[in-house]
Design a protein around this ligand. Structure first.
Ligand code: SF4
Length: 231
């Protein structure tokens, strides 16, 4: 496990829970608007990785203060040792939320089947035809589709979510995404924020105005009953 960062307390990363957020290093996608660019590049020499001993000691001290641990990235499912890492945290009595881009369905399936995860947030970057542009690669489309089906057919608490960017995501894209995840329990439209982006050209872009997000929501509500907006 390569742990590149820690947010001691978060009130927003794990729905309705107080959590500590663990940031893993490395990602197999290259979304140009990614906010965690320092975690995505393979050769970032400026990271002081946090040892597992230190992390577990920290969590032991937080036991009465937080409900859960949110594991994010980068892409956590690329980490060798993720499963035993999660098992250990679960044994300490914490709930686990996993953020994922969905490119490792076998691991997701195993974690779900063995009840090691309490909540999964999976990104749907775009319709599959636009993953090359909006996620830097379309070579994992089949795996992502598999992960979607795993979540749709599971009893786990989950959400799908899409970060939407003016000039890149259209109403038609949102409808195609909604068709892909039709019947999902929960879907969030997340507005783009120009902060620390992987492609510096995105730093000058702005998010959608609220009324456009509401329009997106009303267009996809026939496919998914619970659609939220994160602005
Ligand atoms: S936003 Fe894209 S590039 Fe950034 S961590 Fe998530 S999947 Fe990887």
């Amino acid at each position: 496990m390569k742990i590149a960062g820690l947010q001691k307390t978060s009130l927003i990363d794990y729905p309705e829970k107080i959590s500590t957020v663990v940031f893993t290093y490395g990602c197999n996608l290259r979304c140009p608007y990614c906010h965690n660019s320092g975690l995505v590049k393979n050769n970032n020499k400026n990271i002081d990785f946090i040892s597992l001993d230190l992390l577990f000691e920290f969590l032991r001290r937080r036991k009465k203060l937080i409900d859960g641990v949110c594991i994010t990235g980068g892409e956590p499912t690329l980490q060798t040792g993720l499963e035993p890492f999660i098992r250990k945290i679960k044994k300490m009595g914490f709930k686990i939320k996993l953020d994922t881009n969905g490119t490792k369905p076998d691991l997701i399936n195993k974690l779900v089947k063995e009840n090691l995860i309490d909540y999964i947030a999976m990104d749907i970057k775009a319709p599959f035809s636009r993953y090359g542009l909006l996620a830097g690669s379309s070579k994992y489309n089949n795996q992502i589709k598999e992960s979607i089906n795993i979540l749709l057919n599971s009893n786990i608490d989950y959400e799908f979510r899409t970060t939407v960017i003016p000039g890149y995501h259209t109403e038609n894209d949102l409808i195609k995404i909604a068709e892909l995840i039709k019947g999902a329990g929960r879907y969030f439209i997340q507005n783009f924020k120009p902060h620390n982006t992987l492609d510096s050209a995105f730093k000058s872009k702005k998010g959608f105005p609220p009324h456009v997000l509401e329009d997106f929501k009303s267009k996809i509500s026939p496919y998914i009953s619970n659609v939220g907006i994160r602005n």
